[in-house]
Design a binder for this molecule. Structure first.
Ligand SMILES: Nc1nc2c(ncn2[C@@H]2O[C@H](COP(=O)(O)OP(=O)(O)OP(=O)(O)O)[C@@H](O)[C@H]2O)c(=O)[nH]1
Ligand SMILES: [Mg+2]
Length: 304
């Protein structure tokens, strides 16, 4: 690595929930560092996703979707997202093709007006447009609203136009050292990734208030005492109400069985081992508004 030609930098990815921020960071890193779902507020923590090539290294920070928070957890998530925009080299503001500037986007962009950093507008999901030219309207509206350093209509799912965006990110990041080792993709522990994998399965298998009401922690990870080839993983899923516990367990335990089977596939890959997974479901009433519960579940100001 030659310091005078190698480039390295930090990039925050922010935007409303569900616009595709985590999908984008995973795509850039080439590995799943953040969970994805079609439910808003999937990501709850800042997650570092490191992309390393022979000529540059970019540390992306995936962030929770910025929304009007109604709970203490929500307020902490939004705070964490704005915090992620300091100390970086550039900011990617992600939105989707729209016929007007959404109020949620207006609020984020008003906040970004304080920054002197280059802000790139990334309009994701252009694959959903009936006519590609319709994107011109979104571009015109957003351009009037904020002095973006660049505008990129992209489709992360179809890998469309991401190369242009990447080229421009590399242009704005400075020459510098490789901050992270080649094999480091994320800053989170295996326990975090496993808990998130379980939460992702629940997000994708349930609806209405359940996705927002669950939290998951890994209680223990140890070698199986009777079979060395296996790792035993013990996890607890927390819900807010007794009725939600019933839904998570499902009729004859069908739902928890599905959650377990789908989670196991990811957990085996994370640990690179055969796994016995034990899942428990517990009720922690209104945990999203109780600072002590938020700490127990890992949602502290520092952790987010
Ligand atoms: N059609 C289409 N869907 C996409 C694209 N990128 C992401 N999605 C979908 O959009 C949904 C939300 O994606 P996420 O990456 O979880 O969105 P997010 O912005 O991280 O959401 P939060 O974590 O809630 O803030 C998922 O269903 C993705 O599959 C895209 O380019 N095209
Ligand atoms: Mg996300």
């Amino acid at each position: 690595m030659q310091i005078d030609t190698f480039k390295s930098g930090f990039v925050a990815v922010i935007g409303r929930p569900n616009v595709g921020k985590s999908t984008f960071v995973n795509q850039m890193v080439g590995k799943k560092v953040a969970i994805i779902s079609n439910k808003p507020q999937t990501t709850r923590n800042r997650i570092l996703g490191v992309m390393t090539t022979p000529t540059f290294q970019i540390a992306f920070t995936d962030t929770p979707g910025i929304h009007k928070a109604h709970t203490e957890l929500g307020r902490r998530m939004v705070h964490a997202s704005y915090e992620a925009t300091s100390g970086v080299d550039c900011i990617l503001f992600m939105t989707t093709p729209l016929k007007q500037v959404l109020h949620g986007d207006e609020i984020i962009l008003e906040n970004l007006k304080k920054t002197k950093l280059p802000v790139f507008l990334v309009i994701n999901k252009v694959d959903q447009l009936k006519h590609f030219n319709d994107i011109d309207l979104t571009i015109a509206l957003y351009k009037d609203f904020y002095p973006f350093a660049g505008i990129y209509p992209v489709s992360v799912l179809e890998n469309k136009n991401l190369d242009h965006l990447l080229e421009d990110i590399v242009r704005v990041i400075p020459f510098g050292p490789k901050y992270y080792p080649d094999d480091m993709c994320s800053d989170h522990s295996d326990r975090f990734l496993m808990a998130e994998a379980i939460r992702e399965k629940i997000l994708n298998l349930t609806k209405e208030e359940i996705p927002h009401s669950i939290a998951c922690i890994i209680d223990d990870v140890k070698k199986c005492p009777t079979n060395e080839a296996y790792t035993d993983v013990y996890a607890t899923i927390f819900v807010e109400r007794e009725s939600q516990k019933k839904i998570i367990i499902g009729k004859n335990g069908d739902m928890i069985k599905q959650i377990k089977e789908k989670s196991l596939m990811d957990i085996k890959k994370i640990l690179n081992s055969k796994v016995h997974l034990e899942l428990w479901v517990k009720v922690k009433k209104d945990w999203k508004d109780r600072p002590n519960d938020l700490s127990t579940l890992g949602y502290t100001q520092e952790n987010l």
